[in-house]
Design a protein around this ligand. Structure first.
Ligand SMILES: [Zn+2]
Length: 176
């Protein structure tokens, strides 16, 4: 059975003139498919969109705002705990030094200044030695070996700086 143009009319909810209406009625009398289509159309048109309960939007917004505030508060508390923990840890770690500084500030300043001066001078000497090496050696050392040497020297330098720090600090421990 040919359902056109009736199927299209029904699907598009076309406004029909009297002639078209008569033709459609005649078709619907024998066509179960188009009858079903008509009923579906009626059902869809008669279905009401369920309106939300009054004040829904307002309650939703209020809940959203409350949640945002709670979120912010939780984040703030987290930050506070983090900061307090950090401060506590810093105090715990630096307390011995701080008490030492408080006990003899001048001695500490001298120690630190001596350390910095010594470190600076040593670094200068180290740099000079390195520059001399850099002038002499590159000709017959491949770049990757050069890189290994430099990183090894840097590591040793760091270790050495730390060991000096221990060494410089030692007399203070003895005197106390
Ligand atoms: Zn039909």
């Amino acid at each position: 059975m040919n359902h056109q143009p009736f199927e299209e009319w029904l699907l598009n909810d076309k406004h029909l003139n009297p002639t078209e209406k008569r033709e459609l009625d005649a078709h619907l009398r024998d066509c179960k498919y188009c009858t079903a289509l008509t009923e579906t159309g009626f059902a869809l048109r008669s279905a009401r969109v369920v309106a939300p309960a009054p004040g829904f939007a307002m309650r939703f917004q209020e809940r959203l705002a409350a949640q945002k505030i709670a979120d912010r508060r939780r984040r703030l508390w987290g930050l506070l705990v983090l900061i307090l923990t950090g401060i506590g840890l810093a105090v715990w770690l630096t307390a011995p030094y701080i008490s030492a500084i408080a006990a003899s500030p001048v001695e500490w300043l001298t120690t630190v200044a001596a350390y910095i001066l010594f470190l600076f001078m040593s670094l200068q000497a180290f740099g000079e030695a390195l520059s001399v090496l850099a002038r002499i050696v590159p000709g017959f050392i491949p770049p990757y070996v050069w890189m290994v040497i430099i990183s090894a020297m840097a590591g040793l330098g760091l270790l050495w700086a730390i060991s000096i720090w221990r060494f410089v600090r030692a007399p203070r421990g003895v005197s106390v």
